[in-house]
Structures are given as structure tokens and as C-alpha cells.
Ligand binder design. Structure first.
Ligand code: ZN
Length: 241
């Protein structure tokens, strides 16, 4: 079992039990997170680091930040992200787009898949991703509904959808999962957020990805072992594990 999206960097740090998991992909929201991820991965072969800058991160000099980020891209890094767009109130959309595009460029240049965060900006996110050829990656915590699945699938044959613990309590999401091809789905926790039933409201942990696997198995009408094989193969393919 693989948790393809967790935050375990210093600001969230605590003891987690990884004994039932094969790997955990460490998502990053800032330069500090990215450095933490590299450090954590050094001490535990089950932890696979991503480096990236979240769209809501306050950045003054994008060019300088991207240069710093690029210096962190080593052979151990499995992905660039999470990066993307979040168009809430009073955000500088132009700046977010630039920061996002710069990280897409890094993903292509260094041949690392992209972990994309998109909130209140689904159509804009697809529009940007479609401009690039051969992009590989995942739309993390997919919330684009049924109607945007096709748009994401058109990005490339190696575009995936991340499904989190909210699948255990958001009824509408079940219908969305049914529409996503089985070979394009990834299970994630987004630890410490989005704890699944029966731990809703608690601090999430990578081990609880088993509830996401379980729910997807139920939706697919398959045994958990079969489901696990498909989801793990998807993660291994995308992240080169
Ligand atoms: Zn995240």
C-alpha cells in the first residue's frame, strides 16, 4: 500500500506508523518543506520526497525561489509539487500562474511528474496543463467533478487523479470515482488533513490510506487485494518507484 500524498515536514511532524505501508510520497508546499522532505527521506527508505511551492505560499521573487527549488532536485526526488492554482479572494492570479508554469517547466526539464493542487480554478488549471506536451502527473485531491475528467485525461496518457479520505463521506465523490479509468487513480491521505471515516475530525496519518483503498474496492466491486495491486501499480508507474 502506498500513500501518494502526505505532509510530514517539520511543521506537521510527529510519530507515524509506516509498518503497514510500502511507501509514502512526501508533498511539499514551500522551500522549507522541500528541504525537510529531503532530510526525512534520508533517514527512512519508505519516504519518497517531492519538492515544490504551493500556490498560496507568499513569494516575493519567483525567479529566485524557482532557482532555489531547482537546486533541491536530486535523483531521490520523485515529483515536483504540490504546485498549481488556488483562486480565492484577493489572490494575485497572474503571479500564481507564473509560479505554476515555472514548476511545470522544472517537471519537464528534470523528467519528474507533477503534483498539482487546484482549488476554485479547475478550468484555468486544465487550460494551462494542456499547453504542454508530454506532461506526467496527478491532480491531487480531485474535486473537478465528473465533467472535467475528460479534460484531465486529454492532458496525456500519464495523467492521474488523486483520491483522498473524503471519498469515505462525500457521496457525490463515489460517482466521480466510477467515471475515472482504474489505471488513472491514485490513493492519498493529504496527511494531516482530510482524515477518513472512522477517524473523521482527527489528525490524519498515512496508515489510514487503507480506508481509501477499502472504499475504492467497494466502489469498483473488487477485492481489496486486487484493488491494491491496481492502485500500487499506478503509483509505481507515475513516480518511478
Ligand atoms: Zn497536500
Amino acid at each position: 500500500m502506498i500513500d501518494t500524498h502526505a505532509h510530514l515536514s517539520d511543521r506537521f511532524k510527529r510519530e507515524v506508523d509506516l509498518s503497514h505501508l510500502d511507501w509514502v510520497i512526501l508533498s511539499a508546499s514551500s522551500l522549507v518543506d522541500s528541504k525537510d522532505n529531503l532530510e526525512l527521506a534520508k533517514n527512512n527508505p519508505k519516504l519518497l520526497p517531492a519538492v515544490g511551492i504551493h500556490p498560496m505560499e507568499k513569494i516575493t521573487d519567483i525567479r529566485a525561489t524557482i532557482n532555489e527549488l531547482e537546486k533541491l532536485i536530486t535523483g531521490e526526488v520523485v515529483a515536483i509539487g504540490e504546485c498549481g492554482l488556488e483562486f480565492g479572494d484577493e489572490v494575485d492570479k497572474e503571479k500564481q500562474v507564473e509560479l505554476f508554469e515555472q514548476q511545470i517547466e522544472l517537471s519537464l526539464k528534470h523528467k519528474k511528474p507533477l503534483i498539482v493542487h487546484s482549488r476554485k480554478a479547475s478550468d484555468e488549471t486544465i487550460e494551462i496543463l494542456k499547453k504542454y506536451k508530454n506532461l506526467r502527473g496527478v491532480i491531487h485531491c480531485y474535486t473537478g467533478g465528473k465533467k472535467r475528467i475528460k479534460g484531465y485525461l486529454e492532458i496525456s496518457d500519464e495523467w492521474y487523479f488523486g483520491i483522498d479520505g473524503n471519498i469515505t463521506y462525500e457521496i457525490g465523490l463515489e460517482e466521480v470515482v466510477k467515471e475515472i479509468p482504474k489505471n488513472r487513480l491514485l490513493a492519498e491521505t493529504d496527511t494531516p488533513f482530510l482524515a477518513p471515516v472512522p477517524h473523521r475530525g482527527e489528525t490524519n496519518q498515512p496508515e489510514w490510506v487503507k480506508y481509501v483503498y477499502g472504499k475504492i474496492a467497494e466502489i469498483w466491486g473488487m477485492r481489496v487485494e486486487e484493488t491494491e495491486k491496481i492502485l500500487d501499480d499506478n503509483a509505481k508507474r507515475l513516480f518511478g518507484i
